[in-house]
Design a protein around this ligand. Structure first.
Ligand SMILES: Nc1ncnc2c1ncn2[C@@H]1O[C@H](COP(=O)(O)OP(=O)(O)OP(=O)(O)O)[C@@H](O)[C@H]1O
Ligand SMILES: NC(=O)CC[C@H](N)C(=O)O
Length: 628
């Protein structure tokens, strides 16, 4: 899952050709003037489309951001799945090849855990096929055993299921190793590949030198005859060459301005010779991404091969190779990557700490899969890089949770208040889970003589007339309760209050829980790193760690209605999210609720039968996170 380097071969494509410029939308190399003309034309078209879009998505916009903020956020707000696939870039891609049987693929390399960026790729590929009534293959792009592990692919499958997508088939590039090898020999017979022994520095010279300006040329290996090449390729296969002393190169078009056509690698001998997690030690040589990907797409009948825009130059080599070797020609198109802080693999590899942005971590933090998908739909898809800020991400998640999460009361740091004149405990029978949606149902809440409130809602010294919570002589409302209470005295451990039935309506209502409510450990996470680019910190990302990115409230209390929320989770019942964990239990992180006045929370897998552990999903408002 790094940008493919195909380690082991000196096929390093670094230079941009001199006079011509790349048209990133079509993948063609054109003159500066032509590119300018095209860019202007597209800008006009995009402006017209944007104004059409603004008109048609007013409703979506209302929800998505305050109107004035929309421009500031610089997001193209595309509010639904239809908008993502039925208009704009992906609709144009479909029109290029309108197909009754759309087949897409999601081809991760199993060399790490998926991150937020992959969620975009999954949504694009699975969503495009689903929208057009087609299907999607999950293909393990396992051509580099030095970096890959089965455990990663197991996690990838699990994450895709959690997001609510089902592959029509699960395949492996390694399924086709023999078939690809046979095609490599065929390519030798066609005189379109040769075995080369040049190292990295020689290859760089052949490709125009350090700055790419000297004349490009081929090495003498390009002139080897078919027989020699066949013999050498078999030699590579049979272990006669040490790693990196021989590689199979495509014989493309060295004059072409596109570096992807400068005799790039087709097969290589990996440095470490790690056994492959599926084929073991059967192979000593492996096809490169450039050789394998286009062929696998053809073998599998992929109609639209959607990948990220760093592959735009590969489109030409993709077509070149397929046209030489296979009958069925799939079509590759490229969309912009998602760039978000902390999806750099060097920083997040393998962890499910809720402060990170691997999909495992996002899941553990309690973010629902439906919220992730609607975030991607809101972002929309174009050919350019979408760079997002975490605060937009959190806003989007909050909008989803606001509509879907039941509300409960949770006190982080409880302090007791005895209601002196409450003679008998009272049951409030139908306290709604949502103030807006009666379909969410209700729970029972008991008013006990002693209730627990948030320590920060009580002051021993009254701060003055602008303070509307509890202090001696002050009145405050209790959420869900008819009458406010007024403090009459306090000690170190508790306050005493009475109902204030005749006073004015209170200015403020605070949350509370009945005495004896279940205890919970609450974890509140904030950014793990101080900056958005921890990888760039002097001395490495560890130097950028924030000291207080996890605050734990060990003695929190949650109202008993939590058990009903847990029993009915997830809200709503979304595919993937409701999948049961081992033992038939609902997945803890799909037990979510809004703790009124505090934040959105989900249960952490550290919870046991006796102990509730909660993670904050997002605060109620941007930058809040306080209780008061
Ligand atoms: N940030 C991203 N935004 C959108 N798509 C992405 C992003 N990162 C990876 N993808 C896409 O996900 C698919 C699976 O690729 P793979 O896991 O091999 O990715 P990668 O580019 O090597 O990722 P990384 O280096 O970040 O782990 C590819 O089509 C890739 O283009
Ligand atoms: N064409 C693509 O989608 C690229 C997938 C490939 N696994 C990668 O390394 O990124």
């Amino acid at each position: 899952m790094s940008c493919r380097t195909d380690k082991g071969s000196p096929n390093v494509v670094t230079q941009e050709p001199g006079r011509l410029q790349l048209d990133e939308e079509t993948g063609e190399w054109v003159s500066k003037n032509e590119l300018k003309k095209r860019t202007q034309k597209r800008a006009k078209k995009a402006a017209a489309a944007a104004s059409r879009n603004t008109k048609s998505s007013v409703d979506g916009n209302k929800n998505t951001a305050a109107k004035g903020k929309a421009a500031e956020e610089q997001q193209s707000v595309v509010s639904s799945q239809d908008a993502m696939f039925g208009q704009g870039f992906l609709a144009e891609v479909y029109e290029l090849r309108p197909s009754k049987n759309v087949v897409t693929r999601f081809p991760p390399e199993p060399n790490g855990y998926l991150h937020l960026g992959h969620c975009k790729a999954i949504t694009v590929n699975f969503g495009f096929a689903r929208y057009h009534g087609g299907r999607t293959i999950l293909r393990s792009d396992d051509t580099n055993p030095d970096a890959e592990k089965e455990e990663y692919f197991v996690a990838i499958k699990e994450t895709i299921r959690w997001l609510g997508f089902s592959p029509s088939q699960i395949t492996y590039a390694s399924d086709y190793f023999q078939r690809m090898y046979d095609l490599a020999e065929e390519l030798i017979r066609k005189e379109k590949v040769y075995v080369c022994h040049c190292g990295a520095s020689e290859t760089k010279l052949q490709r125009g030198g350090e700055d790419g300006t000297s004349k490009r040329y081929r090495c003498e290996h390009a002139d080897q005859n078919v027989e020699t090449n066949l013999k050498k390729l078999c030699g590579m296969r049979d272990g006669e060459y040490a790693p990196q002393t021989a590689w199979l190169r495509m014989k493309q078009d060295i004059e072409n301005p596109n570096p992807q056509m400068w005799d790039i690698a087709a097969y290589r001998i990996p440095q470490n010779q790690e056994p492959h997690f599926r084929t073991g030690t059967k192979w000593r040589i492996y096809p490169t991404y450039d050789f394998a990907h286009c062929l696998c797409d053809s073998f599998e009948g992929i109609t639209h091969s959607l990948c990220t825009s760093e592959f735009i130059m590969s489109r030409e080599s993709y077509k070149w190779l397929n046209q030489l070797l296979v009958e069925y020609q799939p079509m590759q198109r490229e969309y912009g990557r998602l760039k978000a802080p902390l999806i750099d693999k060097n920083v997040v590899n393998g962890w499910d700490d809720p402060r990170l942005y691997t999909l495992k971590a996002i899941r553990r933090r309690g973010i629902p899969p439906g919220a992730l998908l609607s975030f991607i739909y809101e972002l929309g898809v174009t050919t350019s890089l979408s760079s997002i800020e975490i605060k937009w991400f959190e806003q989007s998640i909050r909008r989803y949770l606001e509509k879907t999460d039941p509300r409960l009361m949770l006190v982080l740091d409880p302090v007791a208040v005895v209601i002196e004149d409450l003679t008998e405990e009272q049951d409030l029978d139908n306290v709604p889970f949502s103030p807006k949606d009666p379909n969410m149902g209700s729970r029972k809440l008991r008013l006990t003589k002693t209730v627990c409130i948030e320590r920060s809602d009580f002051r021993e010294v009254d701060p003055g007339k602008d303070y509307f919570r509890l202090a001696l002589g002050k009145t405050v409302g209790l959420l869900q309760m008819a009458y406010p209470i007024k403090t009459v005295s306090f000690t170190m451990d508790e306050a005493t209050a009475v109902f204030d039935k005749d006073g004015k309506n209170p200015k403020t209502y605070i949350h509370w829980v009945p005495e004896g409510s279940p205890a919970a450990e609450v974890r509140i996470h904030t950014a793990l790193f101080k900056s958005d680019q921890p990888g760039a910190a002097p001395g490495g990302f560890m130097n950028d760690l924030s000291q207080d990115s996890e605050i734990t409230w060990p003695n929190a209390m949650i109202e008993p209605g939590f058990y009903e929320v847990r029993r009915r989770a997830p809200w709503p019942k979304v595919e993937g999210d409701q999948e049961e964990s081992e033992g038939g239990q609902v997945n803890p992180e799909s037990v979510r609720f809004q703790a009124m006045r505090v934040a959105y929370f989900a249960m952490d897998p550290d919870s046991t039968d006796d102990k509730i552990v909660l993670n904050r999903i997002v605060p109620l408002k941007e930058d809040s996170g306080k209780t008061g």
